[in-house]
Design a protein around this ligand. Sequence first.
Ligand code: T46
Length: 143
Amino acid sequence: MIKNTSEIKFKKYLDKWGGLVPVEAGNDIPFDIKRVYYIFEVKDGVRRGFHSHRDLEQALICVHGSVKILVKTPYEEDNILLDDPTKALYIGPMVWREMYDFSPDAVLLVLASEHYTESDYIRDYDKYETEAKAYFASEGEIR
Ligand code: T46
């Protein structure tokens, strides 16, 4: 995994009545959850994201269907397939992300460490690269 990203696996309870996955802030998620949102009904071929966050930490869980996530820093990149509701992709600060190849039935659930703050977004890639190089030179890896 690239810097400031990681995979989180959840325990699944599967019995004759179906499946259940508990997700607890602090225990399963390495931050306090202040916001939850979900992305769904994404049209074929649509690519979303194209930004980084300065401080926000998030965990992305594809609770139904599948989606791919490009995560990228100025130095490395990775493409992660989310197709399993027992798996989350943790994305920390200063990681560029793009979400693509949504299956028609995909529901991408996102747990976030902060309320929605537009000033935390960096949406211009050149600006991101400049800030990220300074960030990784001084802060390095947080997880
Ligand atoms: C991220 C990826 C994975 C709100 O009003 N409140 C919210 O909490 C969010 C997340 C969005 N919005 C509004 C802002 C826009 O008018 O919803 C609209 C769509 O948001 P955006 O274009 O930022 O969506 P994505 O899919 O590009 O990115 C989202 C998150 O914004 C972002 O933090 O990491 O999902």
